[in-house]
Design a protein around this ligand. Structure first.
Ligand code: ADP
Ligand code: MG
Length: 613
């Protein structure tokens, strides 16, 4: 029998390899731009036609290639970036496999023009389906221009598999952003079908994000900075109220490379727990710096998953860094004069350049421990007869806070970030009495108008934070029952009860399970006027229904808060209203209830005046 094994001709081998590297026009965009960055470019222009089907062209002002290198660059495993296997472990370039250009040329018409700075003339090479069609010396500018036309011209199966132009365009946009967000120092332009999509100037990270997503974004960003032995995390998360229904503004990068990680996504969601509704996502831009040996560098060229050695530790670090960032940011309840100043200074007048806001931080502040009002330092609230904890009113504090927050919000709404200068920061000394409307809303007047507070949502927020603080060690007062009560429980519910009980006891209940019965001998003071059995069942039901993924104490706190918060339809006296208003503004997010709903609506004097016209 004759021998049957043959080496595949180069152009076939390249075509097969191309299947891995070049899946769609977006892959071409990624590879070409990465090459430009590796070549030290400071300006990169991307030109795309018809979702990349007809043309993807990248022009850079990088190092350029000599005539011989230009020719070599199309060979498979031709790379200038590594010399031996050891280099793999200390990679500082984006590419290293030497496969991209060979693969692209195998399935498209490529024309390359390149010139080194020190050379008189440049080189132009036309390569169609791995065949060099022409090569000549040409006059051209320094750097490299690569045009990729008629992608998959020789692979109909692939060509037919492409999505609509708009789909491919979106994928290209994603790739473009993933790179542009890592290199704010590089200028990028992006044209699609002759329309300018982006023109990004050299800048810093914050400005780059704002250039991409619009001026509104500036005020939404909350800086994150965490240095640890295993990872450094920098970048931005966003204020909870700007959450989105999709993850398309969620970005992780490691050592300047985009990656996607469901586990780490979860860490972020966890940090926002109770601040945004489930199914919503806060935009974020987080950059991890890890030693190169602690991640798997030999990643597949098109994959965005990355293996981390210290997965779990990093999860915990992300979670705490994000929580801390949110807490340090001025969503913080108590404010002092300095904070007001910094708030004012982040809104430049028209025409002034945007300054990066300086954020005064209180590193000790933790948003998930309920904060005592500043002028009531240290003293625990006492319990009044109506079951509300009493704290001294300190309206001046939150009114100031509110005014500032409101102004800031306004600035966000107005594209140019203008705000009346010289805002009078003096606050009224004597607060007016709150008024209850329709047994549902608390109306409070402020200097600039008035606000309506949804009593149930506000109390829900207050209780939620109290219970969360309890799960972190803050004691909750228990009211012993005169006559302990028993509650029959279903066998099938036993596992849920066993998960719930320790949490309940931590949060002020005194409950024990004896076989198929619960013995209730104490309840948190907040629940002392309620029927203990009913309230425990309500909590149980809502705990059982809540998302399993979330942290158990969080689920219990959410369930307890929503079951115990004072509903609409209950009338409140002035003390109770004062308590709700003050305690609300002592929470980490007075604006949003734990279920994501709005707590406060404001009407300004201006709006009122308009109505009377
Ligand atoms: P890799 O990036 O993995 O080295 P590629 O196939 O993407 O492999 O590129 C092959 C080689 O061609 C690179 O190593 C580099 O030397 C050269 N090259 C490619 N694109 C450019 C560019 N835009 N500017 C300068 N050199 C380039
Ligand atoms: Mg490359």
């Amino acid at each position: 029998m004759s021998d049957v094994i043959k080496l595949l001709p180069d152009h076939i081998a390249n075509q097969i390899a191309a299947g891995e590297v070049v899946q769609r026009p977006a892959s071409v965009v990624k590879e070409l731009i990465e090459n430009s960055i590796d070549a030290g470019a400071t300006k990169i222009n991307l030109i795309v036609k018809d979702g990349g089907r007809t043309l993807v062209q990248v022009i850079d002002n990088g190092s350029g290639m000599s005539e011989i290198d230009a020719r070599m660059s199309f060979e498979r495993h031709a790379t200038s970036k590594i010399k031996d296997a050891n280099d793999l472990f200390a990679l500082h370039t984006k590419g290293f496999r030497g496969e991209a250009l060979a693969s692209i040329a195998a399935v498209a018409h490529v024309s390359l023009k390149t010139k080194r700075v020190d050379a008189e003339l440049g080189t132009e090479i036309i390569n169609e389906g791995s065949k060099i069609v022409s090569q000549e010396s040409v006059m051209c500018s320094d750097g490299t221009s690569i045009a990729v036309k008629n992608l998959f011209f020789n692979v109909p199966a692939r060509r037919n598999f492409l999505g609509k132009d708009t789909t491919e365009y979106r994928k290209i946009l994603d790739e473009f952003l993933r790179i542009a967000l890592v290199h704010p120092e590089i200028e990028f332009t992006f044209h699609h079908n002759d329309e300018e999509i982006y023109n990004l100037k050299n800048s810093n990270l914050r400005q780059r994000i704002v250039q991409i997503y619009g001026t509104n974004f500036n005020q939404r960003l909350v800086p994150v900075n965490e240095e640890t032995d295993i990872v450094n995390i920098t970048g931005f998360v966003t204020k909870p109220e700007f959450n989105k229904a999709s993850r398309d503004q969620c970005f992780f990068f490691v050592n300047n490379r985009y990656f996607n990680d469901r586990y780490f996504n979860h860490a972020i969601n966890n940090a926002y727990e109770g601040l945004i509704p489930s199914g919503k996502f806060p935009p974020y831009f987080l950059y991890f710096d890890v030693p190169t040996h602690s991640i798997d560098v030999n990643v597949h060229p098109t994959k965005t998953e990355i293996k981390f050695e210290e997965n779990q530790a990093i999860y915990a670090i992300i979670r705490s860094a994000v929580k801390q960032a949110l807490g340090q940011f001025n969503i913080a309840p108590t404010l002092d004069f300095e904070q007001e100043q910094s708030f004012n200074s982040i809104s430049p007048k028209k025409g002034e350049p945007i300054r990066v806001p300086e954020i005064k931080v209180d590193p000790a502040y933790n948003p998930f421990v309920s904060t005592k009002p500043s002028n009531n330092s240290g003293t625990t609230g006492t319990i009044s007869s109506n079951g509300f904890s009493k704290i001294k009113p300190h309206r001046e504090d939150w009114e100031g806070f509110y005014e500032i927050a409101k102004n800031e919000e306004k600035a966000v709404e107005q594209e140019e970030l203008t705000v009346e200068s010289g805002m009078d920061t003096e606050l009224k000394a004597a607060p007016k009495k709150p008024v209850q409307i329709n047994e549902k809303y608390i109306m409070v007047s402020m200097k600039s108008g008035f606000m309506l507070i949804d009593q149930y949502r506000a109390h829900n927020r207050i209780l939620y934070e109290q219970f969360m603080a309890a799960s972190e060690g803050n004691q909750i007062k228990t009211q012993k029952l005169l006559f302990p009560e028993t509650l029959e429980i279903e066998k099938t519910d036993m596992p849920v009860w066993s998960e719930l009980l320790p949490q309940l006891n931590e949060m002020g209940f005194d409950v024990e399970m004896e076989k198929t019965e619960l013995a209730i001998s104490g309840v948190p003071v907040e629940a002392k006027d309620k029927n203990p059995k009913e309230i425990i069942i309500a909590i149980f039901e809502s705990f059982k229904a809540s998302e399993q993924e979330a942290d158990a104490s969080d689920r219990v706190a959410l369930s307890m808060a929503s079951s115990l918060a004072i509903r609409g339809g209950n009338s409140l006296n002035t003390d109770e209203m004062d308590y709700i208003v003050d305690a609300l503004f002592a929470t980490s997010s007075p604006q949003i209830a734990p279920n994501g709903k709005k707590i406060i609506e404001t009407i300004t004097i201006e709006e009122l005046t308009k109505r009377f016209n």
